[in-house]
Design a protein around this ligand. Structure first.
Ligand SMILES: [Zn+2]
Length: 195
């Protein structure tokens, strides 16, 4: 792994720590609670890995709960140092603190609970609260993607919204494509903090 990726990772971790009280990076494979969630969630289906092992899809995803970001495993983080994913999740954490800026008069702790609960609402379908949150976070992902890879990554992101990964949460392809054009909600702050 290149020193630049490790440096970038450390810089983003430090910036989030500064911004979100109690922020921590944790690992799903070390947590019984997350194994249970993997079994319960609608990502509960198993995916076959290249080595033939079958794993819960949920255990391979990165999830933000409250002020913690849960990566699949420490090994995964050390392999990729995915600072782009950190920044995607940072958008979720900032949105959660104020419930998209709508409930900034409430304490962050209450808003985080509301935000997590809203994620569970797959009914009424389509899951528009989750979709709205993901549009805002994937805008950041795209900003951090190299220009040459952007078209391909945008295509994959659109599939997350319109396909089974997030339970067809917003299956309107051209609408998703349009929404992804805008800058991410905390762009200036995040650019400055991670330069
Ligand atoms: Zn997300």
């Amino acid at each position: 792994m290149s020193a630049t990726r490790i440096d970038k990772w450390n810089k983003v971790v430090a910036a989030i720590k500064e911004d979100v009280a109690g922020f921590e990076v944790l690992f799903k494979d070390e947590s019984k609670f997350h194994r249970l969630l993997g079994w319960l969630s609608f990502w509960g289906w198993k995916r076959e890995e290249p080595d033939g092992k079958r794993v819960y899809e949920y255990m391979q995803m990165t999830t933000t709960l409250g002020n913690k970001i849960w990566f699949p495993s420490e090994e995964y983080v050390k392999r990729y140092f995915p600072s782009e994913t950190l920044q995607h999740e940072w958008v979720h954490m900032k949105d959660a603190q104020t419930f998209f800026g709508l409930l900034s008069f409430l304490p962050a702790s209450i808003n985080r609970i509301l935000f997590s609960a809203s994620y569970l609402l797959i009914l009424p379908w389509p899951g528009f609260i989750r979709a709205y949150a993901e549009i805002r976070a994937y805008r950041r992902t795209l900003e951090l993607t190299r220009a040459e890879a952007r078209t391909e990554i945008r295509g994959k992101i659109v599939e997350y919204f319109t396909g089974p990964t997030y339970f067809y949460m917003w299956p309107f392809k051209s609408h998703v494509e349009n929404l992804l054009q805008a800058p991410s909600p905390y762009k200036e702050l995040m650019d400055e903090a991670t330069q």
